[in-house]
Design a protein around this ligand. Structure first.
Ligand SMILES: Cc1cc2nc3c(=O)[nH]c(=O)nc-3n(C[C@H](O)[C@H](O)[C@H](O)COP(=O)(O)OP(=O)(O)OC[C@H]3O[C@@H](n4cnc5c(N)ncnc54)[C@H](O)[C@@H]3O)c2cc1C
Length: 244
């Protein structure tokens, strides 16, 4: 245990038996044997390679806003991804996986780019948002936004295009392939000078706070939106058959 503790310190700040309840919006979760906070992508990749090489179990922690951790905790390493570099290249906003989604939305607007205004209402990190194809107010990571991602997968760092991410409604290939998202490239558009992006974003936020309870321990969206119209129609047909 002490040897591993010393080893993990090469990659970031290490906490032993860290309660996961402190890191999830549910405020639930027992202790993680090791909780390693990593702030550089290169260190993150090195740590992943080390853990894979030694066969040590790990779990990627972003913002903890879509994680239900067991009271029994996690035996292994929870990697707390806090890589937070950003860069703007023309109309592409590049964000490390640990960037806070809300901050990326704000920074993209401040850079005069439009397309990610909906991100101001989504808690958590960009890595978590890509993995879950997060979305709000009619937008999501898949739609026109995500150009490509850098991913650690099977011991290598590779680039994956939007199509290769196999996005669906709150779904992506990363839920099955174990890939760790390192960096996202958001393809946005240059906004008109009078676009009032921040005003639109504030309207999104006001709508959310008027329709959702605030200030409680929460996991946000537990349920997926469903096409009730179709379900109701099918249900009515069944009832009519039953009645006939
Ligand atoms: C109040 C509230 C409101 C919410 N509103 C919305 C909403 O409007 N729309 C929406 O889509 N969601 C919403 N959510 C859910 C949540 O915010 C999103 O799913 C968010 O994108 C999760 O990001 P995270 O960093 O917190 O993920 P975490 O909870 O840290 O992780 C979730 C999963 O992703 C994995 N993961 C995290 N980072 C990476 C990475 N870099 N590479 C690979 N896997 C990774 C984790 O291992 C875990 O399996 C809401 C949640 C709350 C609490």
């Amino acid at each position: 245990m002490q040897d591993l503790y010393k080893k993990f310190k090469d990659y970031g700040k290490v906490k032993l038996n860290e309660p996961l309840a402190k890191h999830t919006t549910f405020k639930i979760g027992g202790p993680a044997s090791f909780f390693v906070t990593v702030t550089e992508t290169e260190k993150l990749v090195e740590l992943l390679k080390l853990l894979d090489g030694k066969g040590i179990d790990y779990f990627i922690h972003g913002g903890g806003s879509n994680t239900l951790a067991s009271d029994a905790g996690f035996v292994g390493v929870v990697i707390d991804v806090k890589t937070r570099n950003t860069e703007v290249q023309e109309d592409v906003f590049i964000a490390d996986a640990g960037c806070v989604t809300v901050a990326v939305a704000q920074k993209s607007m401040a850079a005069g780019l439009t397309g990610f205004e909906w991100g101001v209402g989504v808690p958590g990190t960009i890595g978590g948002a890509v993995r879950g194809n997060a979305g709000a107010m009619g937008g999501d990571m898949k739609k026109d936004i995500l150009k490509k991602v850098d991913v650690y997968i099977d011991g290598e760092v590779v680039e994956m295009t939007n199509e290769e991410c196999e996005f669906g409604y709150r779904e992506s290939a990363f839920k099955n392939n174990g890939g760790v998202i390192l960096r996202a490239y958001l393809q946005l558009k240059k906004a008109e000078p009078d676009a009032q992006l921040m005003k639109k974003a504030l309207e999104h936020l006001q709508y959310r706070s008027s329709t959702q309870p605030q200030g409680f321990a929460s996991s946000g969206c537990i349920f997926k939106n469903s096409d009730f119209k179709i379900q109701n129609a099918e249900c009515l047909d069944t009832l009519r058959e039953f009645d006939a």
